[in-house]
Structure formats: structure tokens, C-alpha cells
Design a binder for this molecule. Structure first.
Ligand SMILES: Cc1ncc(COP(=O)(O)O)c(C=O)c1O
Length: 320
């Protein structure tokens, strides 16, 4: 689906793995293996977003997220790799001993602005303001929104649908389940499925926004996409099922029973989930689909493993 050009930063296609766990057999699409420090779902979006940034001769790329943002970490190293300076606007605080993703941001040489929760609410406006200031100084900056979820970024998951189809294993699958933050991954898959006339349910487990808010975000992405690429796509909105209630402990926290599931799954499959997104999404997957004899829903492993290191103390508590 040729809407725009992209860079090649990820190792694609990622594997579709048959997994046996808890007496059930199911498929996992391993987007945690898209790369190493650039890994996870975000690199698919960044291939398009950074192509644009490069074409516009950007000197800086600004983006945002929480202190342990996978998106910010992947953006930082991908930008540096192609000669663009990353500046990250993070909800959290600077640390003498940074962990996980923040540590990797520092290794990549990113610049930072740390924000408290209230300041972060207007992060989009702040990035625009900073862009104006940088542009005035002759330092051309490009703003990538939270999660890379704009029409150009979601192309990563529009085209992901073709990759899914090439696996030839979709036969019995009624849907695919993903963790959802900014909604771009789910929106991209909805658009890609519509374009390929594929009747695939997208189960989006929200880890940050409420159901209504996430729905609005996804609908806005769908509208913006059609406007940006001047196309009319008949997205079947019945194919979107937003699942909430699996992040009641809060986005930055993780409940003990979810840590236990992450550990158990790791020890039985060798696949490491993350505490902010895929651990919570897998908990929902287990609760909702692994009770069925033949779970015919694919689990999308969207990455995030470095977040585990920022939760080492909590994991060790579960082990003790
Ligand atoms: C590991 C992981 N999974 C899922 C998501 C959610 O993707 P989206 O923001 O496209 O909804 C993110 C977003 O940061 C992520 O880091």
C-alpha cells in the first residue's frame, strides 16, 4: 500500500510464532523483534516519520512520552542513526541512575525536557512552541506526536497488514490483540484491514486512556488519514473492540498478579513481556481468550522489554 516512502530501519518481516502456554496453542506476532534498541511497534511508524523528517532536512526531532517511553527511546536512537538530534519531552524526572529506556535515551545522546504530570498535559503545545523557538534560531525541528500516531506514522501498521497476510496463517484467526496507548497501532491495522478487505477484529487493550478517549483518538486518526492521503476508506468500526479495565493500577504501575503472569509466561515460553503495555495486554488476552479451547486471536507482542529493568525491584519482590 504505497501511500508514502519510508526508511528501512527494522528487520522485517518479524516472526509469527506458534506458542503453547497454559495448555493452549496460539500465535504471537513478534514485533518485539523488529530491531534491538529501536525495537517494538514504534519503529514501523518511525520508518515513515523519519523519512519525512530527513526529506524536510530537519536538524532536530522532538517527541514525547513518559520517562520509560518506548516510543521516545526508539525515536532517540533512530534519529541519531540518521543524523538528526533527538529532544525528548518526558513526563517524569531526570535521574542520576537512569534505568531502562531512559538509560538508553542517555546513551543515544538525546536532549531532554522533564515535565510534571500537569505540564505534560500540554506537551503538544509545548513542543510546538519550542519548535518555533528553534526554527527562529535556524535549527529546523520536526515534531512527532505522542506514540508517533499521526497519518504518516500509522502507515507502519497499515502496511503491517500485508505482512500479516503473507504469513498465510490468518485462516482461522478472528482477530489480533494489541496493547493500545496513543491508538496508532490499532488505527493502522483497522485501515490496513479495510484496504485489504480483511475481516479482522482488532482488540485494543487500553493501558492509559479510558475507552471513550481512546476511541476518539482512533477515530481522529482515521479521519486525519483520509484527509492527509485524500482517500475514502470504508473502515468497519465494528471490527474495533476496545478493552479496558486492565490497567487500573495506573499507567506507570503494575499489579502483582500481572508481574506474576509476565514471570510465568517468560519461564514457560522464553518470551519477555513488558510491564507498561504487553504485560497488561497479555493479562487481558489470558483472561479473555486463553480460557477458550482454541484461542483464535493472535497476540501482537509490540515490544517494550527495556521497561522491565525499571521495575526490577517489583519483580524481585515477586520472586522473594
Ligand atoms: C510496547 C508498546 N506496545 C504498545 C504501544 C501502544 O501503541 P500505540 O501508541 O500505537 O497505541 C506502545 C506505545 O508506546 C508501546 O511502547
Amino acid at each position: 500500500m504505497n501511500f508514502a516512502k519510508k526508511l528501512n530501519l527494522a528487520f522485517l518481516p518479524t516472526p509469527m510464532q506458534n506458542v503453547e502456554y497454559g495448555g493452549r496453542k496460539f500465535l504471537i506476532k513478534r514485533d518485539d523483534l523488529t530491531e534491538f534498541t529501536m525495537s517494538g511497534n514504534k519503529i514501523r511508524k518511525l520508518e515513515y516519520l523519519l523519512y519525512e523528517a530527513k526529506k524536510k532536512k530537519a536538524e532536530y526531532v522532538f517527541t514525547c512520552g513518559a520517562e520509560q517511553s518506548n516510543h521516545s527511546r526508539a525515536t532517540a536512537i533512530a534519529a541519531v542513526k540518521i543524523g538528526i538530534k533527538p529532544r525528548l519531552f518526558l513526563w517524569g524526572q531526570n535521574r542520576i541512575h537512569p534505568e531502562g529506556n531512559l538509560f538508553l535515551d542517555k546513551l543515544a545522546g538525546a536532549e531532554f525536557e522533564f515535565l510534571n504530570v500537569n505540564q505534560y498535559k500540554s506537551v503538544a503545545a509545548l513542543m510546538e512552541k519550542r519548535k518555533e523557538q528553534f526554527d527562529k534560531k535556524g535549527k529546523k525541528a520536526i515534531v512527532i506526536p505522542e506514540g508517533g500516531s499521526n497519518p504518516v506514522g500509522v502507515l507502519g501498521y497499515v502496511n503491517f497488514v500485508d505482512e500479516l497476510l503473507r504469513h498465510n496463517q490468518l485462516g482461522k484467526a478472528k482477530g489480533i490483540l494489541t496493547a493500545a496507548g496513543s491508538g496508532g497501532t490499532a488505527a493502522g491495522m483497522l485501515i490496513g484491514s479495510a484496504l485489504r478487505k480483511l475481516d479482522l477484529k482488532i482488540f485494543a487493550v487500553t493501558v492509559f486512556y479510558g475507552k471513550r478517549q481512546l476511541e476518539e483518538k482512533i477515530f481522529k486518526i482515521l479521519d486525519d488519514f483520509q484527509r492527509r492521503f485524500k482517500t475514502k476508506i470504508n473502515v468497519n468500526l465494528n471490527n474495533l473492540e476496545i478493552i479496558e479495565g486492565y490497567s487500573m493500577e495506573g499507567y506507570k504501575n503494575i499489579a502483582k498478579e500481572k508481574l506474576e503472569v509476565i514471570l510465568d509466561f517468560y519461564r514457560n515460553s522464553g518470551i519477555l513481556l513488558d510491564p507498561a503495555y504487553t504485560g497488561k495486554a497479555f493479562f487481558a488476552f489470558k483472561d479473555l481468550f486463553l480460557k477458550e479451547k482454541n484461542p483464535n486471536v493472535i497476540f501482537l507482542h509490540s515490544g517494550g522489554a527495556f521497561g522491565v529493568f525499571a521495575k526490577a525491584k517489583q519483580f524481585l519482590k515477586v520472586l522473594s
